[in-house]
Design a protein around this ligand. Structure first.
Ligand code: CA
Length: 240
């Protein structure tokens, strides 16, 4: 037990469980406790929504079959009230409920009956994913006098002036700052939106980015063209 706790970087996080079946709730509290999680058990939706006003769980495990409120409605109300992760627990094997739950903002779902260890694995994976997203949104990349905020796509110059990049430009710059001083093929620079490597939109985006970043866009010093190979982002990137 001690080992499970020590090997869990997410230990200490608070998990709210809304579940009307005391046996199921006990099983969940037990296994989460073994991994060092703190838990709150709520017997119904009303109790959960009340508790959310006092405490801020990192994740809610929501049983879709509750006595006082439709599970999907509970989920929506949790979403509106708290930025926590949501794991749906459901005995209903109906695909539509699960799909609906995910569309309404649940991070994952587990079907009853479940293997307790599997439930913990899903909980941890949601928490990890959310942490990564939070890290990413607070990241700042500094290069050549510029400061690029990956969370809100703004680029600040050494004069302090802020430019907001389009999503497409920001996506491109993200790839560059993560892979400086490496030749990147056009395919590596293209987002999912681009259809084919022959698509010229990448070159259009590169020239837009150059006009924003380069003192002399005609003779780029930061984003170099490597003929027949791709592009090279020539910079030292510091992360803040
Ligand atoms: Ca139930």
């Amino acid at each position: 037990m001690k080992e499970m706790k020590e090997n869990n970087p997410e230990a200490g996080k608070l998990i709210a469980i809304v579940e009307d079946d005391p046996d199921v709730a006990r099983t969940i509290e037990q296994v989460l406790g073994d991994f060092g999680f703190r838990t709150i058990w709520c017997r119904n939706a009303g109790e959960l929504l009340r508790r959310l006003r006092q405490s801020a769980p990192d994740l809610c495990i929501v049983d879709l079959g509750l006595p006082d409120m439709d599970g999907l409605e509970v989920m929506q109300r949790v979403r509106a009230q708290s930025p926590c992760g949501i794991l749906i627990l459901t005995g209903r094997a109906h695909v539509s409920d699960r799909v609906m739950g995910l569309e309404l903002g649940a991070d994952d779902y587990v079907l009853k009956p479940f293997e307790p260890r599997e439930l913990v694995a899903r909980v941890r994976s949601i928490l990890r994913r959310r942490e990564q997203l939070a890290d990413e949104s607070s990241q700042l990349a500094e290069f050549a006098g510029w400061r690029f905020n990956l969370g809100n796509n703004t680029l600040q110059g050494s004069d302090g002036e802020e430019h907001v990049l389009s999503t497409a430009e920001a996506d491109l710059l993200r790839v560059f700052v993560r892979n400086p001083n490496r030749i990147l093929q056009r395919e590596q620079l293209m987002g999912k939106r681009d259809l084919q490597p022959t698509d010229r939109s990448i070159d259009v985006r590169i020239s837009r980015l150059r006009r924003k970043l380069e003192p002399d866009p005609q003779n780029p010093a930061l984003i170099k063209t490597v003929y027949g190979a791709g592009y090279l982002f020539l910079a030292t990137v510091n992360w803040r």
